[in-house]
Write a protein that binds this ligand. Structure first.
Ligand SMILES: Cc1cc2nc3c(=O)[nH]c(=O)nc-3n(C[C@H](O)[C@H](O)[C@H](O)COP(=O)(O)OP(=O)(O)OC[C@H]3O[C@@H](n4cnc5c(N)ncnc54)[C@H](O)[C@@H]3O)c2cc1C
Length: 594
């Protein structure tokens, strides 16, 4: 039996009340996305997640992926699961009908992806990367490349990878040294890539590597990198997979978590050069690759939401069953640990923060839909700027929190959490990669501060603060104790966000190192307050819908938001102090004093 329940009422609530599904559904191209359609899609995706993917999560972790004679085998049951996934048309949910997709808004496909990440993070990495590679081709590929590669990828018959990292080139992609030499309409690729997720596997009939390399005489650094399509099997004229290309998985990494996801060391060109096809123009590869990287950054943030939800469900289930001790209020009966205030605190902390993370990721996905589909051209630019501003926050804040939440999930279990049998430990191990890959969270913080705040003089941050203030002012605090408490804390948090942004703009102008030292606490502050603001919005809507009714789901919303406002938002004050008072000290010690 599955131990995962798709949180469909919660997802629908966030779609409707926080992300504004009804407004997205009237944008050109999305007119058919009614609430009924969203329910049908989510219901079906939820069944797949619960009945097929979730039961494979634990067995996949135990068995792991393995490499034998050049072939990577995924764990038992995975090829069947992948076939069902492909047959259901799930890969192409958000892609245009022109490419064989179903054209659903990003906000709906985001909700669907959350279900799969929760159910089985290691499995979902494969579709996640394929979707990112497809987005890259849809935006930057030639018509011929789209015809050959995009359709089979959107259908899921072929999968995609991201081939960036090399031993000397991790966060610093300017150090990439893989070579691409032109030859008769294609290029010969030689080099080694490491840590390539699903670089080789037995799920699909072909694997399309999106690879960064340097052409002869290319400028040094990031301005000399080009992007190539390097197929495992070279497509024939008729588009079917043909001859094997000169590339292979040399080994698989032995990892802390996501054991079933093959992390490959890839060798390109051992036999003279793998054939690769240039995307766009030479030396603009990193610019194109950012389309895929931004896509994956949002997807990895969503992984954080998914795994936090799973850890919460697991801990809650345990807390309801585990009987230990007596109630603090007294009485002879032993109680389930859910009755103990400290366990309730942990569970509410997991629940509230997971809901805040979900709200932020869906809100950002809806902003993407608006940025691409709003018929009013002038309304698009601010939405694009908002998505750019929030992308590093969505990547980093939920993934840092996912580790904390999965750790708390273990704590709720007591000793049994540390024992692999319960599964709580797996969530913790699996979550740990999410702050690292797809640009470490340190790199996300740098991006937020450098590119998204300092470079544009804080414009988008200020616009976001103005919207938050409007929402805070609209909370009917006088009439309602919950909303009043939320409003007071939210207003303080917004003030901290504003003060931290102001300090950064000043400090960054005089000393960029100071701004870099404050980047991580600043990102945390932005995530904390943005998440709390969206929970406040949900609380107000739930109150309005609830009226005098007694719906327990809606009634929990203001309480959860108030818990967050009183227990999590005060961290903003501490973060502000760390930014404005503590950043300088980060830089004082000499290297040999560490
Ligand atoms: C399981 C797994 C799967 C992966 N999948 C893929 C994949 O499919 N494709 C792919 O191309 N790569 C993949 N990666 C690689 C991953 O993206 C990198 O590990 C990551 O970007 C960090 O690079 P690095 O490991 O070289 O760390 P480093 O860059 O060496 O960083 C080490 C530390 O220094 C910090 N740091 C480095 N530079 C800076 C800076 N300028 N400012 C502030 N801090 C800095 C980092 O934040 C980090 O804390 C995967 C990695 C793993 C472990």
């Amino acid at each position: 039996m599955s131990d995962y329940t798709p949180p469909l009422p919660e997802i629908r609530f966030v779609l409707d009340e926080i992300a504004g599904l009804d407004e997205v559904a009237v944008l050109p191209g999305f007119e058919e996305t009614t609430g009924t359609l969203a329910d049908a899609v989510l219901g079906e995706a939820g069944r797949l997640a619960r009945d097929m993917l979730a039961p494979l999560n634990h067995t996949g972790d135990r068995e792991g992926a393995r490499l034998e004679n050049g072939i990577v085998y995924t764990p038992a049951g995975w090829t069947e699961a992948y076939s069902r996934f492909v047959d259901g048309g799930w890969m192409g949910l958000r892609f245009d009908a022109d490419h064989g997709g179903q054209g659903l808004p990003r906000v709906v496909s985001t909700a669907v992806m959350e279900l799969w990440h929760s159910a089985n993070l290691a499995f979902t990495l494969c579709p996640m990367l394929t979707q990112g590679a497809s987005e890259l081709l849809a935006q930057h590929g030639s018509e011929a490349q789209k015809r050959t590669y995009l359709r089979p990828m959107v259908a899921g018959r072929w999968t995609g990878t991201m081939n960036l990292t090399e031993p000397q080139a991790g966060s610093d992609l300017g150090a990439i040294s893989t070579r691409a030499v032109p030859e008769d309409g294609h290029y010969r690729i030689t080099g080694q890539k490491i840590f390539i997720t699903y670089g080789e596997h037995d799920l699909a009939e072909n694997i399309i590597h999106m690879l960064l390399a340097r052409t002869p005489g290319a400028p040094a650094g990031v301005r000399g990198i080009s992007l190539f399509i390097v197929p495992k099997l070279l497509p024939r004229e008729d588009g079917t997979p043909g001859k094997r290309n000169d590339l292979r998985a040399v080994s698989l990494e032995d990892k802390l978590g996501i054991h079933a996801s093959p992390t490959c060391v890839m060798a390109f060109g051992d036999g003279g050069g793998a054939i690769g096809y240039l995307v766009g123009e030479e030396n603009r590869g990193l610019e194109y690759m950012f389309t895929m990287m931004n896509d994956e950054r949002l997807a990895v943030g969503l992984q954080g939401v998914g795994i936090a939800e799973r850890a919460y469900q697991q801990a809650l289930g345990f807390a309801r069953q585990r009987v230990q001790g007596r109630a603090d209020a007294g009485g002879p009966e032993k109680v389930a640990i859910l009755g103990h205030p400290d366990v309730r605190r942990m569970l509410l902390s997991m629940k509230a923060q997971t809901e805040a993370m979900r709200a932020l990721t869906y809100y950002t996905a809806a902003a993407m839909d608006r940025a691409h589909h709003d018929p009013d051209g002038e309304a698009r630019a601010p939405q694009s700027a908002l998505v750019e501003f929030l992308t590093p926050v969505v990547k980093a804040w939920p993934t840092d929190l996912a580790c904390e939440i999965a750790s708390m999930g273990i704590q709720v279990h007591g000793g049994m959490g540390f024992i692999e049998e319960t599964g709580a430990a797996q969530h913790f191990r699996d979550a740990r990669i999410t702050p690292i890959y797809e640009g470490t969270n340190g790199i996300q913080a740098r991006d937020l501060v450098g590119r998204k705040v300092l470079r544009e003089g804080g414009q988008t941050a200020r616009a976001l603060i103005a919207v938050m203030r409007e929402d805070a002012a609209a909370l009917e605090s006088a009439a309602d104790a919950d909303l009043g408490a939320i409003r007071a804390r939210l207003e303080r948090g917004i003030a901290a966000f504003e003060a931290a942004t102001g300090w950064l703009l000043e400090a960054g102008a005089s000393d960029p190192r100071l701004a870099a030292a404050a980047a991580a606490p600043y990102l945390r502050l932005v995530g904390t307050i943005t998440g709390g603001w969206l929970l406040a919005r949900g609380a107000a809507r739930a109150k309005a819908r609830l009226g005098d009714g007694a719906d327990p789901f809606l009634a929990a919303k203001p309480v959860t938001a108030r818990f967050y406002a009183e227990n999590v938002m005060p961290h903003a004050d501490a973060l502000l102090a760390a930014i404005t008072e503590g950043a300088g000290t980060v830089l004082v010690l000499a290297d040999d004093q560490f």
